[in-house]
Design a protein around this ligand. Structure first.
Ligand code: FES
Length: 102
């Protein structure tokens, strides 16, 4: 097993000149929310889940985006309820949240 069981990257990127980007959706808040929830649930840290910010992941028009490795599963979200579902279904139960897939 790797150092982390699952590694989640949330794009924070701000693009110039009004081009679509994840920062338009306050993705920094989503990263903070995911990290705080995982800590509260006791699933954040070595051997478990790691939440990190990322620069542009190349799917700007589909944002906001996050990706979970090692699966390479891409998600988008609208609100904290969606993020909670990603945590409970994907991170805790290993099940894909199909309605949020990119
Ligand atoms: S700005 Fe998030 S994928 Fe490019």
């Amino acid at each position: 097993m790797g150092f982390y069981q699952k590694h989640l990257f949330v794009c924070h990127n701000q693009r110039a000149e009004g081009k679509p980007c994840c920062a338009d959706y306050d993705s920094a808040h989503a990263r903070d929310y995911l990290k705080a929830r995982c800590k509260t649930l006791g699933i954040h840290g070595e051997g478990q889940v790691r939440i990190n910010q990322a620069g542009c992941l190349g799917r700007c028009e589909q944002g906001p985006v996050l990706v979970i490795y090692p699966e390479g599963t891409w998600y988008t979200w609208v609100d904290e309820q969606d993020l909670d579902e990603i945590i409970s279904q994907h991170l805790q139960q290993g099940q894909i949240v199909k309605r949020l897939l990119l």
